[in-house]
Ligand binder design. Structure first.
Ligand code: ADP
Length: 459
């Protein structure tokens, strides 16, 4: 599955923020909690010191029961939790019952512990003190409900802030990603629009001075090199075709001249063999001439040297003329060639000569690939308001696996058959280039064994 960079950036932002927020909030919570506990402990220690001082001064005179009553009158000591026992012996003062917390363990002193009661917690400090020569363990506490409430609120806010922060982080990641990648989208669409016919086009270089600018410049450099390579290949095809044209024309002429002499009835077997060889040379030379002409035609289209002159012309007239030109060939194969039109005149922007070439290629194929006695129907009509030309035949048809490739250069389905018919697989490639310069679309549909339809749709 392909996830766009923009989404990936947003998700990465979100994940990084998630970890950061969790770490920061945990650290903040821990330090606040420690700070509160240390304040509470210090305050508790002060209170215990005061208590011990009070007990030390008054225990001898009043004894424990009376001293307990005097402690209750001194709110500064807050003795609502006070637990005193002789070290390792009996409890002498217990004011812990209201809190329902366990009795503090005094095995290790001094000791600070948090004891849980129903719905609250106490911070209990236990110290050992000697009063009148006897060691006592004194436990004093403070209720933690205020710090606990503060910490609970803090925790709640932290938890609630996480989704909001994550949402903001994702939105920011998405937005920043979009902004950063906007020039890349421009480069992608420019690169997509460049094909072999528009290699001279270049990608607009953003003046950002960053990697995006360098990417655009690198791609333009690459296009430059590709264009150069294409130019050399085209030049080579053009030169090679021109160089081959003359010797083949000479071979053709020589064979034609040699065949001008009528064959005598009493010609020897050897002479008949020579004549047959000359006929074969002539056929091959004609095929080669056609191939060279087609290659030159494609080289011309590729090099873009001859711009088509598109003028308003009547496609009904252009196609009916082409049909008339092909009628003799069709008649030779006893094919029924029918021309129909839904309107007397259909105007398109076209180049007269190139359109004639397009129709002749399609009609020639229809004649070539339709067995004797079949029929070819040509129809000009305007469904959906667009001029459409259909050239249908009842020929051998094209298998679905070949349909998508017949417009490629040198693509022939049955090589032996095409060669015998004088085709090199360039006809439809030329037709498709001609359609392209007219901004028209050429498409083929076919049922093998029943026939094919070639449709040219003008804009
Ligand atoms: P060629 O000059 O060899 O005919 P094209 O480029 O004109 O080459 O056509 C490519 C291939 O498409 C041909 O080899 C042929 O097999 C197939 N083809 C083209 N037109 C038709 C048609 N009307 N009916 C059947 N096959 C066709």
């Amino acid at each position: 599955m392909r996830i766009p960079i923009r989404i990936r950036l947003a998700l990465t932002y979100c994940a990084v923020f998630c970890v950061l927020i969790a770490a920061l909030e945990a650290a903040a919570y821990w330090s606040v909690r420690e700070a509160i506990h240390s304040i509470v402990d210090r305050e508790l220690e002060t209170r215990v010191a005061g208590l011990e001082d009070h007990i030390g001064r008054h225990l001898q005179r009043y004894g424990w029961p009376q001293l307990g009553a005097s402690l209750s009158e001194r709110p500064a000591f807050q003795p609502d939790y006070l637990f005193v026992r002789r070290t390792g012996g009996e409890v002498v003062f217990d004011r812990t019952w209201a809190h329902q917390v366990p009795v503090p363990d005094s095995s290790a002193v001094p000791q600070v512990a948090t004891l849980e009661g129903p719905g609250h917690a106490l911070r209990v400090i236990t110290t050992r003190k000697i009063f009148g020569g006897t060691p006592y363990d004194v436990s004093c506490a403070t209720d933690l409900w205020i710090p606990a409430t503060i910490l609970r609120r803090l925790w709640l806010w932290m938890i609630l802030s996480v989704p909001a922060v994550l949402l903001l982080a994702s939105a920011a990641g998405y937005w920043i990603g979009g902004r950063a990648l906007r020039p890349v989208s421009g480069i992608i669409s420019a690169a997509k629009s460049i094909d072999s016919n528009s290699l001279a086009d270049r990608i607009r270089v953003p003046d950002t001075g960053d990697e995006i600018q360098s990417l655009a410049e690198t791609m333009n450099g690459m296009l430059e090199r590709i264009e150069d390579g294409f130019r050399q290949v085209r030049q080579f095809t053009d030169n090679a075709s021109h160089e081959l044209r003359t010797p083949i024309a000479i071979i053709r002429a020589a064979a034609e001249v040699a065949l001008l002499k009528p064959a005598s009835l009493k010609a020897s077997t050897e002479e008949r063999g020579y004549r047959e060889a000359l006929h074969r040379i002539l056929r091959q030379a004609e095929g080669s001439t056609k191939l060279i002409e087609e290659m030159l035609e494609l080289a011309r289209v590729d090099s873009n040297t001859e711009k088509p002159s598109l003028v308003p012309l009547d496609v009904v007239r252009s196609l009916s003329h082409a049909c008339a030109e092909m009628s003799a060939l069709a008649a030779a194969k006893r094919l029924k060639l029918t021309f129909r039109t839904s309107q007397p005149e259909v105007s398109v922007q076209g180049d007269e000569e190139r359109l004639r070439r397009l129709w002749l290629i399609l009609l020639d194929n229809a004649v070539k690939y339709t067995p004797d006695g079949g029929s070819i129907t040509v129809l000009v009509h305007c469904p959906d308001g667009k001029p459409v030309c259909d050239i249908s035949d009842t020929g051998i048809g094209i298998a679905p696996e070949h349909l998508g490739r017949i417009f490629e250069r040198f693509y022939r389905i049955d090589k032996a058959r095409s060669r015998a018919e004088g085709g090199a697989g360039l006809g439809l490639a030329i037709a498709s280039e001609i359609a392209k310069v007219h901004h028209a679309v050429i498409a083929a549909t076919s049922t093998p064994g029943h026939g094919s339809n070639f449709r040219v749709t003008f804009p």
